[in-house]
Design a protein around this ligand. Sequence first.
Ligand code: MLT
Length: 408
Amino acid sequence: MIRINENYLKLKASYLFADIAKRVNAYTAANPDKPLIRLGIGDVTEPLPEVCVKALHEGADELAKRETFRGYGPEQGYAFLREAIAQGEYATRGCTIAPDEIFVSDGAKCDSANIQEIFAEEGLKLAIPDPVYPVYIDTNVMAGRTGANVGGRYEGVTYLECTPENNYVPAIPSEPTDLIYLCFPNNPTGAVATREQLTAWVEYAKANQAIILYDVAYVAFIRDESIPHSIYEIPGADEVAIELRSFSKTAGFTGTRCAYTVIPKKLQAYDSTGKAHSLHSMWNRRHTTKFNGVSYPVQKAAAAIYTPEGQAQVKALSDFYLENAALIRTAMQDLGLSCVGGDNAPYIWINTGRDSWEFFDLLLNKAGVVCTPGAGFGKCGEGHVRISAFNSRANVENALKRIAEALA
Ligand code: MLT
């Protein structure tokens, strides 16, 4: 009799955004004449930058001719893209990241889930923020790195609490941990970590021979120049941190799919005898075995954002969503709700002071607006909801009007 992976039984029945979709579908079935405005899942709405569209067309045309046709590309990504990233994202910020330390992939979601494969399944101490992007915790549950879910939290995990008291930036744990997930600008809270806060995390990781998984998928939204754009801006981070990035939110690639993970060659972890191994070599082995690369036109489109024209176009795109975010934040504050985020991130995290699913249902049923209930991101998310700035200006303005009426 074939047996299942029983770790799956520890999980909630469905993924957060699938849960929300179910409620939203029930609402639309019952109210077919009431159009919904979706400010829930952080999915982009604006078209791809022109430079990307042009590059996609050119890439497709090259594939149409025998002389320029390409089959499999390098699993790690084409050199032209890896070089453009090393220069455009890292050299410009004073970080020394070599092109061959960059692994191009089809998404930061998959990378953040897959990366744990190169670490031990047993005995690994996880440090996971609360609230958290659910992928970090759920995939570790699937891999058997946690105990049972007791009262909304998995046993054996160190939860890094992000609360109004610490301005949603977690404190360093008092105990040692091995694999630490951090995300700034944060999903779901929109909080950012200062250079001093990140330095403290790097020092903690060094002291504990731990690895930080630093998710910076929302880097394009940082406007406060004192905030690090990469963890490698912190001296010594290339000995303790893996960085995850994506073109999804930067350039509107949620449907196009392209991301990358940086694994510096200095990064090491240990086998059971205490011998050190290169994480770069291990991930290269994993990536070349399980992945065949992102399609050529998509990589060409991603590289196009590193031209001066491309830089201006992606800046305009994130500026547009940040203007939405500012409107949302002001409207919520005018309603007397306290909120954070939205200034260096496309998410506004609202402290509603009520049950978060109840507030979600109220906005859905009374305003026809979809948000994300904070409890879906963890225990510390209770009492909060997340509103995403990813939508058209007209929809955001309309949603804010409807929310104000619903809460009046
Ligand atoms: C979100 O809404 O949290 C994002 O869409 C998550 C993601 O990028 O997968």
